[in-house]
Each structure stands twice: as C-alpha cells, then as structure tokens.
Design a protein around this ligand. Structure first.
Ligand code: ADP
Length: 383
C-alpha cells in the first residue's frame, strides 16, 4: 500500500489552460481521499497526473517516497477505475478480470523460457494464483455467480463491480477512481457507495476518488480535497468541511440545500446589517476590520419564531415537502432564502414568517464571493 505526496503540482494544457494550480497534498497509507468540486475544477487532471496518464507541468508527485514524474503509468503500480467501465465486450467476466494479469505474465514469459524445466511448473503455479485472485475479488464484490457471463448480460451496477474487480485483482499500491458511480441510477449509486466504503475497510488500501457530488464525497472520504478553478480550497475531514468551511466557496458547495448568504456589514453594536435587515452575529466570530462581510446561514439553522428584533421577516414563496422535513423557499429583505425544518403543517404559500438563525450553522465570511471564514475567538470554547 502507498503514501502519495503532491508537492506544488500544477498542470497547464497547451499554452494557456491552467487546469491545476500548485496542489500540495499528503495522502496517508490506507487513506480514502476524495477530490471534490464542480465540473472543470481540475479533479480529473490531478488524478490523472497521479496515475501517470497526464504529464505534470510543475511540482513533484511521490509514491512511497519515489518521485514518479517521469515514471510511466504502467510502472506506478496503481489501478484506475473510470466512469465508463471499459470492459472487453467479447470476454466473459472471468476473462475480463484475469486478462490484465495474464498479459503481464505473457510479458514475463521469455525470461521464464530461459528457466527451462522449471517453466512448466512456474506457469501452472501462476495460473492457479491468477484464478485464486480472480475468485477472491469476485467473492469480495459479490459477482461469483456472474463469472461466465459477458458484459452485455450484466446490469450497470454489475458492470461497475467487474471494473472494480479488475482493479482489485492487480493488488495495486493505490486505487484511483474517477467518478466510478456516475453512470448508475441514484439508488444503486447509494448502495455502491456503501459497498465501496466497506471494501476500503476490508482492503485498507489507499484510495483517491474523484466526484463532483458533494454528498458522495462526504459519505465516502476520510478526508475531502475541495477544489475550485484548479485551486485546492480546503483539505479536511467531512465533518470539519461542513462545520468549519474555510471560505464561502466551500460553505456554498458542501451541504444540501446550499447555505444562504447575505452580504452586509457589522455595525458599531456588533450586529449584522444589510438593507432592511439587522441580525445578531454569533459572538465567537471576529468580524473583519473593514466591517464588510457575508453572513452564511445553513437552511437548517433557521427556526420559525415569533416576530422579534432578532428575526427576519419573510414571505413563503414555495413549500417543498420531503416527508421527514420541509424546505421553505422564502422572500425576505435579503432576497430569496431557503429554510429547512421538520414538517410544519400550518404554513401555506404566501404566509408571513419570522425566521431566527441559531447555532453552529451560522457563519461569518469576509466580503466577496471567495471570502474566507472569519477567525474565531479562542476563548469562547466554540471551536
Ligand atoms: P474536472 O475533473 O474537475 O471536471 P478536469 O481536470 O477534467 O476537471 O479539467 C480541468 C480544466 O482543464 C477544464 O477547464 C478543462 O476544460 C481543461 N482540460 C481538461 N483536459 C484538457 C485537455 N486535454 N486539453 C485542454 N484542456 C483540458
């Protein structure tokens, strides 16, 4: 198993497409790290540079202390699983699983021919070893009963399992997975997510996983690497990314529905003010010296309360009933906001509501679309 280290890694395509900017990342042996961010943010490029499928423009990548910048993909001892399973359509599942190993064996066969009489025995031992690896992988993935089938006779989920199996049998130092579940329907994706997590637990393997789906990232990763426009925004455990987002981008990207943002300033009395709005701010944040800032409120940090100077008056525009919870889309002096609560039956569209924002779901950011989260007073014991 492997440690993977990226030092100031950058990638420029052609003369001017800067896809990845100075990524520093240290992935521990056996860790499950998820690169997550919107489409085009440089996740796949980063993964492909680790795999050796893309040249590195700047910086260094080390796998187990060995600089691999100039090491060919096939020499990196890494297995990659893609979104499109790329199975061989004319081969059975068993052959799909064993093919890579057999090909490697063929490459070594000249050497073995020199071994003379020992060759036959070595070959039989290898055949047995390959068969047993294939059976082990098939058992782990629950596809033992499918070994004789061809890919066209498999469902999407089964095909993706075979693709994973093909990586497993190689027993690589690390697994790189690029949106491997994106072609599956929503229910299957959630099931496979759980299976992948369990598989990681069983194997203890280093896994680097790319997805644009923040929920998938949160549920899978030991740590997330949140990227935007080629730049790493935050590297942290899922709960820390959610509870202490490094900046407004991360805060808005992680969590469903997205965090509400209201731009304004802190007044002399320490309250957050914007046109038609005055709200208290959690007192553990140190407001920016300039006064200008953005208040961030997670939808589930809102409570429906009686009218008060600390509550926001709004009108309910839409109600989205989700069974165990309800999303209210409301109009306020701060524009449109989303409030998520437990089911409330006596509220209708067009009603007036008062919302108070409380607890850890309320954040303060420096002004601007990429404002960093304001520092927190260390004496408050909040963080
Ligand atoms: P992601 O995986 O986050 O969707 P990518 O790493 O695929 O993002 O792409 C990052 C940026 O690099 C995008 O702007 C994309 O258009 C660009 N890009 C990716 N591959 C190439 C390529 N082969 N040639 C030129 N630009 C590319």
């Amino acid at each position: 198993m492997a440690e993977v280290l990226l030092e100031k890694v950058g990638k420029t395509y052609g003369n001017d497409v800067r896809a990845v900017e100075s990524v520093d990342l240290s992935i521990r042996d056996g860790e499950f790290v998820v690169l997550v961010g919107p489409s085009g943010c440089g996740k796949s490029t980063t993964l492909r540079m680790v795999a050796g499928l893309e040249e590195i423009t700047d910086g260094r990548i080390l796998i187990d202390d060995r600089v691999v910048n100039d090491v060919h993909a096939s020499e990196r001892d890494i297995a990659m699983v893609f979104q499109n399973y790329a199975l061989y359509p004319h081969m059975t599942v068993e052959r799909n699983l064993s093919f890579g190993l057999e090909r490697r064996r063929r490459h070594g066969s000249r050497l073995r021919a020199l071994l003379g009489g020992a060759y036959g025995r070595a070959r039989r031992e290898e055949t047995d070893a390959i068969r047993s690896r294939v059976r082990d992988a098939a058992r782990m993935l629950g596809i033992e009963n499918l070994l004789e089938r061809q890919p066209r006779a498999l469902s999407g989920g089964q095909r993706q399992r075979v693709a994973l199996g093909r990586a497993l049998v190689r027993e690589p130092k690390a697994f790189l997975l690029d949106e491997p579940l994106s072609n599956l329907d929503a229910k299957l994706r959630v099931e496979m997510r759980t299976e992948l997590r369990m598989l990681h637990g069983q194997l203890g393997a280093t896994m680097i996983y790319v997805t644009h789906d923040q929920e998938e990232a949160m549920t899978l990763g030991d740590r997330l690497v949140v990227m935007n426009e080629g730049v790493v925004q935050q590297v942290d455990a899922p709960d820390r990314v959610y509870e202490r987002p490094a900046n407004r981008f991360v805060a808005g990207f992680v969590g469903t529905p997205s965090m509400n943002f209201i731009e304004g300033a802190i007044d002399a009395s320490g309250r957050f003010v914007a046109e038609g709005i005055s709200l208290p701010v959690p007192d553990h944040f140190i407001p920016p010296a300039t006064g200008g800032c953005t208040l961030g409120i997670r939808p589930d940090a809102f409570r429906i309360v009686d009218a008060s100077p600390d509550a926001l008056a709004c009108t309910v525009r839409t109600i989205e009933y989700l069974g165990d919870r309800v999303d209210f889309i409301v109009e306020s002096a701060a524009g449109q906001l989303v409030c998520r609560t437990e089911p409330v039956r006596d509220v209708s569209e067009g009603d007036q509501l008062h919302l108070a924002a409380i607890g850890g779901g309320v954040h303060l950011f420096e002004a601007g679309a990429s404002g960093v989260r304001c520092a927190v007073r260390s004496d408050t014991g909040q963080e």
